[in-house]
Design a protein around this ligand. Structure first.
Ligand SMILES: *Cc1c(COP(=O)(O)O)cnc(C)c1O
Length: 223
């Protein structure tokens, strides 16, 4: 099933500029291996230690994406190898990633998580906070952190018009930054939006990275 699902997504994505992040959080190594054998190379996890131990066990050409809230004291577990952090939600976190990037003698690519949903969530910047941050030029100090785009999550609703309008909103912010606020380490390349329930709308609205878990691996059991 997992291999078939990966194939189906690849078919759907061939005519787009969008890549598939296979969200493997909570799933056993065997499931990731099946996806890998089907050609999948980008995996998304939301816990640092889980990502670290899966990285140890699996092929070294896998690109690891952190998609969940990242605590500052856990950056060290993933800093040596992580390919993209989707979930930057504070300047303090950027500061910590800069510190760990220096220790590991590398540059770490990140996305700013922007709050677009009409529901209460704890994480992410709102539009005004993002623009204030970019206008402050404070990010220039963190020269081993590259901000390569934005990530957002739409409201968990069946209202497709609402989901579409939230994705449009994120794309508008992305384009605005791209046109007027790029710097040496802020470049709008990746727009991470869309999950199992709403990835089709996200692709239509310009997503470059869809983060898909349950539609590939089946539902998660947190028990
Ligand atoms: C779990 C998760 C996903 C994947 O969700 P599915 O509905 O299983 O596709 C995508 N993005 C984030 C941030 C997640 O935490």
């Amino acid at each position: 099933m997992i291999a078939k699902n990966i194939e189906k997504f690849n078919e759907q994505l061939t005519s787009t500029h969008c890549k598939l992040v296979a969200v493997s959080k909570t799933k056993p190594i065997e499931d990731l291996q099946l996806a890998y054998q089907a050609g999948q190379r980008i995996f998304g996890e939301n816990k640092s230690q889980e990502m670290h131990s899966k990285h140890e066990l699996l092929a070294k050409d896998i690109q690891w994406h952190m998609i969940g809230h990242l605590q500052r004291n856990k950056v060290k577990y993933i800093a040596p190898f992580v390919n993209l952090v989707h979930s930057i939600d504070s300047i303090k976190l950027i500061k910590e990633i800069q510190k760990e990037a220096i220790k590991n003698d590398r540059t770490i690519d990140c996305l700013l998580q922007v709050y677009i949903a009409k529901e209460e969530t704890k994480f992410g910047f709102d539009e005004e906070e993002v623009m204030t941050l970019l206008e402050s030029k404070e990010l220039l100090k963190f020269d081993q952190v590259n901000i390569v785009g934005l990530m957002g999550m739409a409201t968990n609703t069946t209202d497709k018009d609402q989901i579409r309008s939230e994705f449009k909103d994120l794309k508008r912010i992305f384009d605005f930054i791209k046109n007027s606020h790029e710097t040496s380490n802020v470049q709008m390349v990746e727009l991470s939006m869309g999950m199992s329930g709403d990835y089709q709308i996200a692709i239509e609205e310009g997503s470059t990275l869809i983060r898909v878990g349950s539609s590939i691996f089946g539902s998660r059991n947190y028990a």
